[in-house]
Design a protein around this ligand. Structure first.
Ligand SMILES: Cc1cc2nc3c(=O)[nH]c(=O)nc-3n(C[C@H](O)[C@H](O)[C@H](O)COP(=O)(O)OP(=O)(O)OC[C@H]3O[C@@H](n4cnc5c(N)ncnc54)[C@H](O)[C@@H]3O)c2cc1C
Length: 517
């Protein structure tokens, strides 16, 4: 079958819809096991939220720039990259983050956990005991949460924390709003308020920070393309600029997809057949349009529409004439304009210089500045996105001029993306940052499963279990690949009881791959 002048077989063993990190990992694992895999992507580049775009020789990360664990070979994502032969070069972030508070104080988060704890206690010496107690709980939640969400192993300890939110746990341990703010100053990366974010799920990432956070040298596209190249080397095929219109379903089984090439003369739909289909596309689209009510039933779609998506992000990308390194280092980070976490919705913003980590993404003597801010709009009610964009950009520029006077003289190029831009390029429902919000009632078995009611149709990515963010979507990919390869259903692969040795919590350090090995 010819698409864009290239010949493709009409039949595959597995078809993967969408080339987000979830789709790319799943496709690679299946191809590595010898299956004939086709991945179909509607955009003209791979990667979904992990892609880049170029303007005036600047390489801008479209969304993600923070890759936890991937450069650490003792963690399971690091081991997986080795197993797949992905040779991306990872740059370790240290410090990991910087926070700017309303009283003018700043706090730098180092990559080492004991140093972090020490700095926190130095800043809040009267609350050192409470800090220790809090982190003892976080450590427990981290280890048992990993078993629960990432390995599908129910356990009593995780059950204990399962319905707690981050805010509840902070209020339980600390009376000082300042200290609470210090502990959640980077919380916007969840795309949900602390009052709506699971403490158990948050803990799995909170400590992973100290196992290494990385940036792929050359930008996110280098990583996504390495996964694409690796798939091709394993015999898989990649079809870009082609949107899947329908999942073909016969007698309750997925049997292939109908695809619409987006460019060229012939826009006729083509069909590929495969006994297994994996969707990495947004879940609302997958059920409403690709499967259709006639196959999944109205109740499933109504159920999905009751779930809450994570908050989308507004991103301003800037190419700048060179700035002094100390200036960039001093202003980088998360900005809190009040101590009230609810204000995250309105006023928080994050400043990030990609070139501090990797100068190769900008032309010589230039820098890249990325500013992120939540774009908490009622998506379906927005009539004029241009206005939303202008208003938000106005706010961002006002803040930026305050913290970096004279910035205007450095700007070579400036572009902004609102929630509708995220939707346009990835088709993620309402431009959500991380799929469904990671609230306690939307995680674990309460989050839509990787398996569907349609036989041999699976879901990977941030809309399904275990949740959003790079590491969880890799877990979803691994889980689905395992189920396809072994033929085991979730019921069979889930241990159902506490079979593993309980983790050893006697050591306080979070080192090497501990928990994530
Ligand atoms: C601004 C922003 C910053 C973020 N920063 C971080 C971060 O620093 N660290 C982190 O861990 N996480 C971050 N995240 C979250 C993380 O990027 C996502 O959770 C993760 O990348 C989602 O991966 P995914 O596999 O679900 O696929 P997605 O990235 O959602 O990709 C889905 C793909 O499917 C394609 N597709 C959809 N429909 C079709 C169709 N019908 N036919 C063909 N193709 C289709 C899309 O074009 C897209 O390429 C961020 C998210 C945003 C928005």
């Amino acid at each position: 079958m010819k698409v864009y002048g290239r010949e493709y077989p009409a039949d595959y063993d597995v078809i993967v819809i969408g080339s987000g990190i979830g789709g790319l990992f799943c496709a690679n694992l299946l191809a590595q096991a010898g299956l004939r895999v086709l991945i179909i992507e509607q955009h003209y580049v791979l990667g979904g939220y992990c892609s880049t775009f170029r303007r005036k020789k600047f390489i801008f990360d479209a969304a993600t720039h923070f890759y936890p664990l991937l450069g650490n070979p003792s963690t399971f994502p690091g081991k997986l990259l080795n197993k797949l032969g992905i040779s991306t070069e990872w740059i370790k972030m240290d410090p990991v983050d910087k926070f700017h508070f309303p009283d003018g104080e700043t706090f730098v988060v180092p990559a080492d956990f004991s140093l972090y704890l020490r700095r926190l206690k130095d800043r809040f010496p009267h609350q050192a005991t409470q800090i220790d107690r809090f982190f003892a709980e976080v450590r427990e939640a981290y280890l048992y949460g990993l078993l629960y969400y990432f390995r599908d192993i129910p356990n009593e300890k995780a059950e204990k924390y399962r319905f707690c939110t981050v805010e509840e746990k902070l209020l339980e341990h600390f009376q000082d709003p300042k200290l609470r703010a210090y502990l959640i100053a980077d919380h916007s990366h969840w795309g949900s308020l602390p009052s709506r974010t699971s403490f158990l799920f948050d803990s799995t990432l909170r400590l992973a920070y100290f196992l290494g956070n990385y940036y792929p040298r050359g930008g996110s596209q280098v990583f996504a393309d390495a996964l694409g190249d690796s798939l091709k080397q394993k015999g898989g095929h990649v079809l870009l600029c082609s949107a899947v219109q329908r999942i073909l379903i016969e007698q309750g089984r997925a049997v292939g997809v109908a695809v619409q090439p987006r460019f060229g003369h012939s826009k006729e739909s083509v069909a590929f057949r495969a006994p297994v289909v994996v969707s990495n596309a947004d879940m609302v689209q997958t059920y409403r349009r690709l499967i259709g009510e006639e196959h999944c039933g109205r109740a499933v779609i109504d159920g999905l529409m009751q779930l809450r998506p994570s908050i989308p992000c507004f991103i301003t990308h800037m190419g700048l004439k060179k700035l002094p390194r100390q200036v960039m280092e001093s202003i980088e980070g998360y900005y809190w304009t009040s101590w009230d976490p609810e204000d995250l919705i309105r006023t928080f913003f994050k400043v990030f210089f990609t070139t501090l980590l990797d100068a190769s993404v900008a032309p010589p003597n230039h820098d890249i500045l990325i500013i992120q801010k939540w774009n908490a709009v009622e998506y379906d009610k927005v009539v004029n996105w241009r206005e939303v964009k202008q208003e938000t950009e106005h706010y961002i520029m006002g803040q930026l001029r305050r913290i970096l006077p004279g910035i205007d003289n450095h700007i070579v190029i400036q572009l902004s993306a609102a929630a509708n831009t995220s939707y346009q390029y990835t088709l993620n429902h309402q431009g959500a940052m991380l799929g469904w919000e990671m609230s306690p009632e939307q995680l674990g078995s309460l989050r839509p499963a990787n398996e569907t009611a349609i036989q041999n149709l699976y879901l990977v990515g941030h809309w399904t279990q275990p949740g959003g963010g790079i590491v969880p979507v890799i877990v979803s990919a691994q889980r689905v690949a395992d189920r396809i390869l072994t033929g085991r259903s979730k019921a069979a692969s889930c241990a159902g009881s506490f079979e593993h040795e309980p983790p050893d919590l006697s050591r306080h350090e979070i080192k090497e791959g501990k928990g994530y090995e």
